[in-house]
Ligand binder design. Structure first.
Ligand code: HEC
Ligand code: HEC
Length: 299
């Protein structure tokens, strides 16, 4: 109990300090010209697969409608629910502009200026290109309205204090677009964009600190504390090679859910494959595999 109180106190101090820094950052969301881009709904459907939007925002097991709200997502901080993001004007995003949408995805901030919890992987989506965001928006507008109200998040104190997330964002989040590494080829860069951006592989494969922020020093080194008490294995080049992965069988495994020894990739990875990577083009699977087996940087 004492330990719990200590941790709680540390959390509050950290968040409040971060919150105080807010004064210097507010209003710094740069203007983007996404509204001038033409969105392609078919391409957006592909990006939605790549980014896993559907799984967290559709309660498939509970018979929910498409994007009308996600299943419970149990974490050490409490239970999260992905909101209704259909175009419904009351329950969903009906009144949003594409810029509101971009701000939510890349800056973790609502149209009213409220910070979002990082259970919504905006720390990864901040790398989405303007075109990917415009395409996603074009797709989302084609989804039928659903009037299911968004469920409130059920978090433990002090994590239920949404205002404190500003502090969290100040301490742990910098919205940065992806920049190509000129020392690497196009395939590698596409792979890194996918892995560290839309596909947010690190959300499960990179450990988090006590406040739920990714430990970048340990990027892709595997993590515990996943929803449902799962653990993810490390997926650094050395670990993958040791387990018999090659660029070829990794691209195959991400399509068909098999390991080099023929076992099945299960648990939440099975879902990532079923709903996400199994739908990707051969080129994108090659890009992911090439990057994972040849990434010697720490992101
Ligand atoms: C791992 C689960 C997860 C994934 C994947 C995910 N989301 Fe979410 N999303 C959430 C949660 C949880 C929230 C609510 C955060 C909060 O309450 O602070 C959220 C919030 C949002 C919001 C804000 C809604 C509102 O009413 O303010 C939008 C928009 C959104 N997500 C769009 C997307 C899109 C687009 C994708 C894919 C690119 C996506 N999400 C992928 C979990 C997820
Ligand atoms: C929702 C959490 C989650 C996400 C997101 C996720 N993974 Fe996984 N991953 C897991 C878990 C859990 C396992 C262990 C599965 C098993 O052992 O059956 C795993 C296993 C793997 C393995 C097998 C490693 C080994 O030891 O043989 C690879 C490769 C892998 N993931 C790659 C990826 C890539 C690439 C992405 C992004 C496209 C990704 N994962 C996203 C949870 C996740």
């Amino acid at each position: 109990m004492k330990m719990f109180l200590l941790v709680t106190a540390a959390v509050i101090v950290a968040l409040a300090t971060g919150g105080a820094l807010l004064v210097f950052r507010e209003g710094q969301v740069p203007k983007s010209d996404i509204a001038s881009l033409e969105g392609d709904a078919d391409r957006g459907a592909y990006v939605a697969r790549l980014a896993g939007c559907i799984a967290c925002h559709t309660n498939e097991a509970g018979g929910g409608e498409l994007l009308a709200g996600g299943p419970p997502l149990k974490t050490p901080f409490g239970t999260f629910y992905g909101p209704n993001i259909t175009p419904d004007p009351i329950a969903g995003l009906g009144n949003w502009s594409v810029n509101d949408f971009a701000r939510a995805l890349r800056h973790g901030t609502s149209p009213e200026g409220k910070p979002y919890y990082p259970a919504f992987p905006y720390t990864f989506y901040s790398r989405l290109t303007d075109q990917d965001v415009a395409d996603l928006w074009a797709t989302f507008k084609t989804v039928p309205d659903a009037s299911e109200p968004t469920k409130p998040q059920q978090l433990k104190f002090p994590f239920d204090q949404r205002w404190a997330l500003r502090g969290w964002q100040n301490l742990f989040f910098e919205s940065e677009p992806y920049t190509n590494n000129p020392a690497q080829n196009e395939l590698w860069n596409r792979g890194k964009y996918i892995v560290t951006g839309p596909a947010h592989c690190g959300a499960c494969h990179t450990p988090r600190n006590l406040l739920g922020a990714s430990d970048i020093e340990q990027a892709l080194h595997g993590a515990g504390d996943l929803p449902g008490d799962e653990r993810s294995p490390p997926i650094t080049p050395a670990d993958l090679l040791e387990k018999g992965w090659t660029e070829r069988n990794l691209a195959f495994g991400l399509r068909f859910g098999t390991k080099p020894n023929g076992d099945v990739l299960g648990g939440s990875m099975g879902e990532v494959i079923r709903d996400g990577t199994s739908w990707l083009t051969d080129e994108d699977l090659q890009a992911i595999s090439h990057y994972l087996l040849n990434n010697n940087d720490t992101e």
